[in-house]
Design a protein around this ligand. Structure first.
Ligand code: ATP
Length: 334
């Protein structure tokens, strides 16, 4: 498993909490989403109501969880969190819902992975703020209706397409998070470096930002690595040269592509004559699941112009061919 993969999957624990911005002003990037959410919060505050339910969608590590916490803070309400695959029984959800107070947020990560029975159970809670729970078993079993506080459901998903229509229709908004620009990531790295007391110059923080695949979580993890490296190999101050050495050691190239990104592009280039090729074939060749390719790898490669999705399959762009040294006439024209 390469560095990016472990970084994308793992929560890095304590440090993630320290680095997590608490208010909109500390959160660089996602300007449109922030603006819409802050109006949404203000209006709810003015009317002293619970906000409508909403979904945050986008690739891992872009700040969905962080934004949910920020919204709760800005609204001055509490937040409880859970995740789709963890909620197995209606009782799990009932326990969470009854622990909330008016206006609180219930954050469900990976909401597209909620079991269908739980999702259906959630509908009455979202719409009319009640749930039916079963008391006793066997002949004495009966259903009791329980009113629950007026909460706000915030669902996070990496795969909006897998969220059911009934769930989406019960949400007031869907906000899509985008990959961050190098400039925005630069601000995040600067902020994080001050918080973890890592001294570095401007060029070094820009270098870390530029190699972070548009993703704050990766930026923060690379920053920790660069700090370790500078501490052990030098006096702790991170210069551009040190940052480069540290990052090269992790095989992160200067375009910010990781090993799987490059494997995907090379597979299309050399095994499939630059495409078009179907996603299933790519998945088999690189040994990764179709879903992961679609939700984690492709969006970035497409946004950065390395990969193009056509009706007949994926093809690599001219930029990729140049990067890989593929002759134009060796491949299908693109
Ligand atoms: P996942 O879906 O994988 O849980 P996520 O989209 O919920 O990811 P977060 O957990 O919110 O992502 O963010 C990952 C890390 O990146 C956190 O440490 C958070 O502090 C940091 N982060 C995310 N967005 C920003 C930002 N705009 N500014 C500063 N730090 C950020």
């Amino acid at each position: 498993e390469n560095f990016f993969e472990s970084t994308l999957k793992k929560e890095s624990g304590e440090s993630e909490n320290i680095l997590r911005p608490k208010y909109f002003v500390d959160f660089p990037g996602q300007d449109q989403v922030k603006e819409r959410l802050s109006i949404f919060v203000e209006a709810a505050k003015m009317r002293d109501e619970a906000m409508g339910h909403f979904i945050l969608s986008g690739p891992p590590g872009l700040g969905k969880t962080t934004l949910a916490y920020i919204v709760a803070n800005e609204r001055g309400k509490g937040i409880k969190t859970s995740s789709g695959p963890v909620l197995e029984k209606p009782g799990d959800l009932a326990g969470l819902l009854t622990s909330l107070t008016d206006g609180d947020i219930l954050f469900i990560d990976e909401i597209h992975r909620l079991p269908i029975a739980i999702e259906e159970y959630l509908y009455s809670a979202m719409e009319d703020f009640f749930i039916d729970i079963m008391i006793d078993q066997g002949v004495g079993a009966r259903s009791v209706r329980l009113n629950i506080p007026k909460f706000t459901l915030v669902g996070a998903t990496t795969r909006l397409g897998l969220c059911s229509a009934p769930l989406r229709s019960r949400c007031q908004h869907v906000h899509r998070l985008e990959y961050y620009s190098p400039e925005e990531l630069g601000r995040i790295v600067k902020r994080s470096s001050e918080l973890i007391k890592c001294e570095m110059d401007h060029q070094a923080s820009d270098e870390v930002a530029g190699r972070s695949r548009g993703t704050p979580r990766i930026a923060n993890n690379l920053l920790h690595w660069v700090r370790d490296y500078a501490q052990v190999k030098a006096d702790g101050f991170v210069t551009l040269e040190l940052a480069n050495k540290a990052l090269n050691m992790l095989n992160i190239d200067s375009n910010g592509l990781d090993e799987m990104d490059k494997k995907i592009l090379k597979t299309i280039a050399f095994n499939f004559e630059c495409g078009p090729v179907g996603i299933k074939n790519i998945a088999v060749s690189v040994g990764e699941e179709v879903g992961t390719l679609e939700e984690v790898y492709e969006p970035y490669l497409i946004q950065e112009g390395y990969l193009v999705r056509t009706q007949t399959g994926r093809v690599i762009s001219r930029k990729t061919k140049q990067m890989l040294g593929v002759q134009e006439n060796q491949s299908n024209e693109q």
